[in-house]
Design a protein around this ligand. Sequence first.
Ligand SMILES: [Zn+2]
Length: 281
Amino acid sequence: MGWFSRKKKPEHNKDTSVDIKKEAWKKCPQCGEIIWMKNLIDSEYTCPSCGYHFRLTFKEKIVLFTDQDSFTELFENIGCVDPLNFKDVQPYKKRIQRTQQKTGRKSAFVAGVAKITGIDVAIGFLNFEFMGGSLGSAEGEKISLLIEHAIENHLPLIIVSSSGGARMQESILSLMQMAKTSGMLGELGKTGLPYISVLLDPTTGGVSASFAMLGDINIAEPNALIGFAGPRVIQQTIKQDLPDGFQKSEFLVEHGMVDLIIKRKGFKEKLGKILDYLNGN
Ligand SMILES: [Zn+2]
């Protein structure tokens, strides 16, 4: 890795407020309850009547998972490229451009440093709102740089994933990011610094098959879909009925794939406790 010269002095990120003006009401997809946006925010984006965890945008994650105004973005100038000149129903270049305009982000992965209950961490978010949180070359590069940053600065690493998997428009270059990020996590492991992987709904495909499942501790949100291939594909392949709750957080904890489930309410405080514990306190 020879990217040290690209490192730039972090700028303070002020863009962390939750936008409540867009929608005043939201319907719970699980129980159908119509929830006033203010109540939804007060309950940290969980349904007050059934506990359903709404999917979070990047801005909401920053507010809920890190200490106020503590997040500073790193490597923000690394964005998606189109190395294969790929076209499906529309050219990949156009798809990148549109998504970048819509999200105001250059790639699906946002890396940075922050504090969690006062503890300094290297933290990254793979965001579903950017092309389904898919893993391409830019995302893999930023994840690797973040791991390197954690090693150099002796910081615990946290990656919060929500992703459909490797990005097909970059073909094998996307798949190579699985090996690259896993290799870098191996380097982190040698230092004894902890890596906590947080799995949000959904975390699937090449992301679940690489860095998202390699945490020293893998933490999931309640009822998140986590797996490699989708249930329908598996069912058609093995021609057997799948058990209830298959590929959901609770099922995965029971079967040893995920270490624990943490509800969103109080998530940050619990994460802080785990970091404290890993630090020998
Ligand atoms: Zn509900």
